[in-house]
Ligand binder design. Structure first.
Ligand code: BJW
Ligand code: ZN
Length: 255
């Protein structure tokens, strides 16, 4: 088993050494070792509610208090956690590839930036920000407690978390930048995501050039505990906790 992991890490390092442009897609698994719960683990519930029942615009219309309870609990949790060695390894890699390294994250916890990553595209929004349901103003509120039904200082309308819920479009400029990074990438790392949520999961076929969109298909390397929906399109699968496997990859790259 250890041999299999070593072989996969060797192959991953070899692909990366010859890559000019790298994109990364991360999901909740990269933050699991920091103590942030993932979405689709065996219980996968928040106080008995499925994520699909609290993370939609319809849920917010129906019961904004419940939805704010969910997000205030998540904001409080994120205030107690720190980036783990997996986040730090990705920040180190950006140091080596510079502007040719783009980190696309589905996470809303801010831990990649806290680890020092700079070129970060948050495609599902951020727990740090609020958006006004009246005037649309977006504000960075850090992790300060926001109360049960926070309102806009400018127009008094109800605030919502600046998070992309199911049935909502991703922010267009952020999504376009993410798709371009995947299209340009020689290698895409897919880290800690079940790859079942779209359009984020489409970055994998985009990087591969499925449909003939790229002269030279990009390589895909998956880092997860287990194979996922992404595995079929992956050239290499590195299975183990990303807080351990990503630092081992960095060692092989001399970082
Ligand atoms: C480790 C580890 C360790 C653990 N080391 N690994 C039917 C078919 C296809 C699509 C749809 C459909 N019905 C609806 C849709 C569309 C829908 C969708 O994709 N649904 C699917 C579930 C089927 N998508 C949308 O609605 C999107 N919008 C959209 O399509 O808009 C269209 C539109 C256009 C124009 C106008 C209007 C609309 C929006 C999607 C937004 C998703 N948002 C969420 C909630 C955010 C709320 C919040 O955070 O509070 O984002 S859903 C939730 O899932 C969250 C995550 O970012 C996202 C992805 O989850 P992730 O990160 O992959 O986590 P997990 O838990 O699933 O996986 C963790 C993985 O880590 C596992 O694999 C573990 O093994 C691994 N792991 N420990 C390494 N130590
Ligand atoms: Zn307002």
């Amino acid at each position: 088993m250890a041999d299999e992991l070593d072989t996969a890490l060797d192959r991953a390092a070899e692909l990366l050494r010859s890559a000019r442009s790298i994109a990364v897609l991360t999901g909740a698994g990269v933050s699991a070792e920091s103590g942030v719960p993932t979405f689709r683990a065996s219980d996968g519930l928040w106080e008995g509610h499925r994520i699909e029942d609290v993370a939609t615009p319809f849920a917010f219309q129906r019961n904004p208090r419940l939805v704010w309870q969910f997000y205030n609990a998540r904001r409080a949790n994120v205030g107690t956690v720190k980036p783990n060695p997996g986040h730090h390894a990705l920040a180190k890699m950006e140091g080596r590839w510079g502007e040719n390294f783009t980190l696309v994250t589905q996470n809303v916890d801010g831990l990649h930036r806290a680890a020092g990553s700079r070129n970060v595209l948050e495609v599902h929004g951020s727990l740090y920000r609020t958006r006004c349901t009246g005037c649309d103003e977006i504000a960075d509120r850090g992790l300060e407690p926001l109360g049960e039904l926070p309102t806009c200082p400018a127009c008094s309308a109800l605030l919502r978390p600046d998070i992309v819920w199911f049935h909502e479009p991703l922010p267009e400029d952020v999504w376009e930048a993410a798709a371009l990074a995947a299209h340009r990438a020689d290698v895409l790392l897919v880290v800690g995501t079940s790859a079942v949520v779209y359009p984020a999961a489409n970055l994998i076929p985009i990087a591969r050039g499925v449909g003939g969109a790229k002269p030279e298909p990009g390589k895909v390397i998956e880092f997860n505990l287990t194979p996922t929906e992404a595995s079929e399109l992956a050239d290499v699968g590195v299975y183990g906790p990303s807080g351990q496997t990503l630092p081992r990859l960095c060692e092989r790259l001399g970082l």
